[in-house]
Design a protein around this ligand. Structure first.
Ligand code: HEC
Length: 113
C-alpha cells in the first residue's frame, strides 16, 4: 500500500516537474524579468540600477549575428563585467533551453506572424 502511494506521488510530481521544466515563460517571469523586463525590452524594475543596463531583446539589432548557442552559454555562465548572473547551478539544462526559447520569442522577426 505504501509502495503504491509512493508510486502515485512519484507519478504526480514527475508530471509536475516535466511541465515546469518546459515552461520558459514562467522561468523568465520569475528569474529574468526583474532586470530584463516582462516584455524583454530591458526595462525591468532593477534595470535602472544596472551598468551596463540590459539591452532590448525587441530590437532587431540585438539579434544580428547572435546564435541560440551564444545565448545558452551566457545564461549558463553569466556575462563577465555585467550583473548578468550565471544560472548553471540554479537551472537545469532543460530549463535553460526553455528560457532561451522564451528570450528568442522577443526577436522581432519571430513575432511577425
Ligand atoms: C540582476 C539582473 C539580471 C538578471 C536577474 C538576469 N539578467 Fe540577463 N543580463 C543582465 C545584464 C546587466 C546583461 C548585460 C547587458 C546585455 O548584454 O544586455 C544581461 C545579458 C543577458 C543576455 C545577452 C547576452 C549577450 O550578450 O548575448 C541574455 C540572453 C540574458 N541576459 C538572458 C537572461 C535570462 C534568460 C535570465 C533569467 C534566467 C537573465 N538574463 C537574468 C542582467 C540580468
Amino acid at each position: 500500500m505504501i509502495a503504491l502511494r509512493l508510486a502515485i506521488l512519484a507519478a504526480a510530481f514527475g508530471t509536475a516537474a516535466a511541465v515546469l521544466a518546459a515552461d520558459g515563460t514562467a522561468i523568465y517571469a520569475e528569474r529574468c524579468a526583474t532586470c530584463h523586463g516582462d516584455g524583454g525590452a530591458g526595462d525591468g524594475p532593477a534595470s535602472a540600477a544596472l551598468e551596463p543596463r540590459p539591452r532590448n531583446f525587441r530590437d532587431a539589432g540585438f539579434w544580428q549575428g547572435r546564435t541560440t548557442e551564444q545565448l545558452t552559454q551566457v545564461v549558463k555562465a553569466g556575462k563577465p563585467g555585467t550583473m548578468m548572473p550565471p544560472f548553471a547551478g540554479t537551472l537545469s539544462d532543460a530549463d535553460v533551453d526553455a528560457v532561451v526559447r522564451h528570450v528568442e520569442s522577443f526577436r522581432p522577426a519571430a513575432r511577425a506572424h
